[in-house]
Design a protein around this ligand. Structure first.
Ligand SMILES: *Cc1c(COP(=O)(O)O)cnc(C)c1O
Length: 396
C-alpha cells in the first residue's frame, strides 16, 4: 500500500491505495488473478513459510481485497481485518473461528433474519448454545452471562426495528467477564458509528448495503483486534469465503464516496422522518435522531448521524401495507437496502411472512411496519411519492 493510515478518515478512504505499478496508473487496476508468481524457488519457499508478505493465492489475499480491507480498518479504527464474499459469511466466520463446542453466545433478539437462522439452526449442530436478550433491557444482560459465555453479538441500529443499544455499556460488561463483543455495524457504517472506539472487539459488516451504496455487488468484512482476526483469517483461508477481487475493486471505489453519501442519506432520512411525524395515516414514525425514539440519547451519544433507514407504522395494518407498496411510483420494491435508489419494504408480507404473529411481535415486526431505505434522489420527490402512496394505503 502506498499510503499509511495517516490522514482523517475520509482522506484515508480516498487515498489508501495499492502501490502504483510500472504502468503509472492513477486509479487502482483490477487484479483479476487467482494466483501470484514467484521469481524463484527460494522466494516461493520463503513466502509459504510466512517469511514474506507476498501474495500466494486469492483465497488468502489479493491486492484489491487488501486495499478494501485497509480502508475498512482505517475507517473503523481497527488493527486488522478480512473481507468476505457477503455479510453473512463475515458473521458466520466470526462465529466459527472464535467459538467451539460447549460455548454460549449471548445475542440481541433483534438481529438480521439469516443471522437468527445461523444462531438457532446451525450453531446448535456444533454444540454452541445461545440465548437472546432484549435490546430495550440492557440492565438484564449481565444476569444472562453464563460461565461458558464466550461472545456477545449485537446489531445497532437493528434491522428492521431500528432499536439501539449502548455499545460502551456492552463493552464494559464484556470486558468484566472476558467475553468478545461482536458488533454488526451494517446500518450505521463506520462513517456514523465506530464501535471499536466504544470498546467492541470485532466489527462485522455487510458491505452489500451502504458500503456498496448502489446495489451492485455482495461483500462482507470483519475487522478488529489482531489476535481475533488472526483466528478468523486462518479459518477463512482454509474454508474459502473470500471476497472476489472484482467486488473488492467496486467496494473500495465505493468507500471513496461513503462519507459524502452517508451525510446525504442521513440528512434526507431525518427530513423524511420529521415530515412524516404526525401524518394522519400513521400511528408512529421511528428514526434514531427523532427525539421520540426510545433510545434517542444513546443514538446521539454514539452516532454522528441517524443513518438512511426510516420506519413507520401504518394505521390499517397488513392490507394497508400491501396497498402502500402498490401505490408507490418512484420507490423500488426490492429486498436490498442502502442504495442510491430509495426502497420500501413491508416485512410482515415479505421477509417475515412465515413467522407467527407472536414471533413477529417478539422481533418488533408489526403488521403495518414499513421500512424505507432513503436514497440519493431529491428529498422532495421521495417525500411526495411516500405521501401519495400513504393516501392510497387507507383507501381499502
Ligand atoms: C443484509 C444484512 C446482513 C447480511 O449481509 P449479506 O451481504 O446480505 O450477506 C447482515 N446484517 C445486517 C444488519 C444486514 O442488513
Amino acid at each position: 500500500m502506498s499510503k499509511e493510515n495517516q490522514y482523517q478518515p475520509e482522506t484515508n478512504a480516498v487515498r489508501i491505495q495499492t502501490a502504483r505499478t510500472n504502468e503509472m496508473e492513477h486509479s487502482t487496476p483490477l487484479f483479476l488473478t487467482s494466483s501470484f508468481c514467484f521469481d524463484n524457488a527460494e522466494e516461493m519457499r520463503a513466502t509459504f513459510a510466512d517469511e514474506t508478505d507476498f501474495n500466494i493465492y486469492s483465497r488468502f489475499s489479493n491486492p484489491n481485497v487488501d486495499e478494501f480491507v485497509q480502508k475498512m480498518c482505517a475507517l473503523e479504527g481497527a488493527e486488522a481485518g478480512y473481507a468476505t464474499a457477503s455479510g453473512m459469511s463475515a458473521i458466520f466466520a466470526s462465529f466459527m473461528a472464535l467459538l467451539k463446542a460447549g460455548d454460549h453466545v449471548l445475542s440481541a433478539r433483534s438481529i438480521f433474519g439469516s443471522t437468527h437462522t445461523v444462531i438457532t439452526k446451525f450453531l446448535p449442530k456444533w454444540g454452541i448454545e445461545s440465548s437472546y436478550f432484549d435490546l430495550n433491557d440492557p440492565a438484564g444482560i449481565e444476569a444472562m452471562i453464563k460461565p461458558n459465555t464466550r461472545m456477545i453479538f449485537v446489531e445497532t441500529p437493528s434491522n428492521p426495528g431500528l432499536e439501539i443499544i449502548d455499545i460502551a455499556l456492552l463493552a464494559e460488561i464484556a470486558n468484566k467477564h472476558n467475553i468478545i463483543l461482536n458488533v454488526d455495524n451494517c446500518f450505521a457504517t463506520p462513517v456514523l458509528q465506530r464501535p471499536i472506539e466504544a470498546g467492541a472487539h470485532i466489527v462485522t459488516h455487510s458491505a452489500t448495503k451502504w458500503i456498496d451504496g448502489q446495489g451492485r455487488v455482495l461483500g462482507g468484512a470483519i475487522v478488529g483486534k489482531k489476535e481475533l482476526i488472526k483466528e478468523i483469517y486462518t479459518f477463512c483461508r482454509s474454508t474459502g469465503p473470500a471476497m472476489s477481487p472484482f467486488n473488492a475493486w467496486v467496494l473500495s471505489k465505493s468507500l471513496e464516496t461513503l462519507h459524502v453519501r452517508m451525510e446525504r442519506h442521513s440528512d434526507s432520512a431525518l427530513k423524511l422522518a420529521q415530515a412524516l411525524e404526525g401524518n394522519p395515516h400513521l400511528t408512529s414514525v421511528k428514526y434514531p435522531f427523532l427525539t421520540s425514539h426510545p433510545q434517542y440519547e444513546i443514538a446521539r451519544k454514539q452516532m454522528s448521524g441517524g443513518g438512511g433507514i426510516v420506519c413507520f407504522e401504518l394505521k390499517g395494518g397488513l392490507q394497508s401495507g400491501v396497498r402502500f407498496l402498490n401505490g408507490l411510483k418512484l420507490l423500488s420494491l426490492t429486498a436490498n437496502l442502502g442504495d442510491s435508489r430509495s426502497i420500501a419494504s413491508h416485512p410482515a408480507s415479505t421477509t417475515h411472512a412465515k413467522l407467527s404473529d407472536a414471533e413477529k411481535a417478539t422481533v418488533g415486526i408489526t403488521p403495518g411496519l414499513i421500512r424505507i431505505s432513503v436514497g440519493l434522489e431529491n428529498i422532495n420527490d421521495i417525500l411526495a411519492d411516500i405521501e401519495q402512496a400513504l393516501n392510497l394505503s387507507s383507501q381499502g
